[in-house]
Design a protein around this ligand. Sequence first.
Ligand SMILES: NC(=O)c1ccc[n+]([C@@H]2O[C@H](COP(=O)([O-])OP(=O)(O)OC[C@H]3O[C@@H](n4cnc5c(N)ncnc54)[C@H](OP(=O)(O)O)[C@@H]3O)[C@@H](O)[C@H]2O)c1
Length: 279
Amino acid sequence: MDYKEKYGAWAVVTGASSGIGEAFSNFFAKNGMDIVLISNEDDELKIVSKRLEQEHKISTITLCVDLSDPARYTEITPAIQNLDIGVLANNVSFGRSGDFLNFTMDEYSKMIELNAHSYIWLTYMVLPKLIKKNKGALLFTSSMNAMAPNGGSAVYTATKGFELYFGCALWDELKNTKIDVLNVLPGPTRTRFQERAGTTTAKIAMSAQELVEGMVPFLGKEMFYIPGQKNRLLAKSMHCFSFTQKVKLASHLHHYLLHENPKAGFFRIMFEGIKAAFG
Ligand SMILES: NC(=O)c1ccc[n+]([C@@H]2O[C@H](COP(=O)([O-])OP(=O)(O)OC[C@H]3O[C@@H](n4cnc5c(N)ncnc54)[C@H](OP(=O)(O)O)[C@@H]3O)[C@@H](O)[C@H]2O)c1
């Protein structure tokens, strides 16, 4: 697929200096697009930018902006306003794992600004350009975590639900245009996310590269994409449960996989989920 032709010259990616955002940047660069890389560590952004330019012979712009501080969002405007933007990947987020009162209000405010406000602000900036040329793509990295509220990460799971609802609502508003909207719901993925959230990475975690490459058949066709067949099977099986059961299942699996038994395999996870739902 020639994404540059289909969508436009530039992809704007938040959280681009590591993990899934870096993999999105790599994917669109490999497909010939120029990339605006946004995150909050200049040195890491420069390393990714240099690598992409050398490997794929494309151009990049790096924007070191703390997206948990809305007062700084306007620093992005002059850098992108004259670009032919084709893709916006709203991907940045951080989470915390633990009971609600274990963290400060300051941390929660930053989480909400980063995981929710930055998604709305950037979409509000970029969407008029896509509508004007009637082409482009909006990507929203939510989480499988958004499929049911998780005790043990109350505010994070609420922000992931927000992103999913926001992205799916825009999918509907734009469904009769040539603007593709894809809501990405990763399961456990090997990135720096878990380390930052103070948890461990589950054995079943997939790589960010595998996640992004698996997106291709879904982009432009589906409203959301759950990476990995086992994750999709788990998601499908959730339809069998009541909402209360889903909350019990998701909360238990959150704790079980991240704290109790990160080495659990797929069948053990299914068993634990069902046990919790009926417990
Ligand atoms: N990994 C998983 O298991 C998993 C599962 C489900 C959903 N997700 C979702 O996937 C998305 C990407 O996460 P990831 O796993 O790739 O995590 P990651 O490796 O921690 O990457 C997060 C990125 O966000 C940037 N960032 C963090 N705080 C920022 C801030 N205040 N301002 C600007 N940039 C900031 C980081 O930049 P610096 O390095 O410069 O701080 C980094 O580039 C998130 O939306 C997450 O919720 C991840």
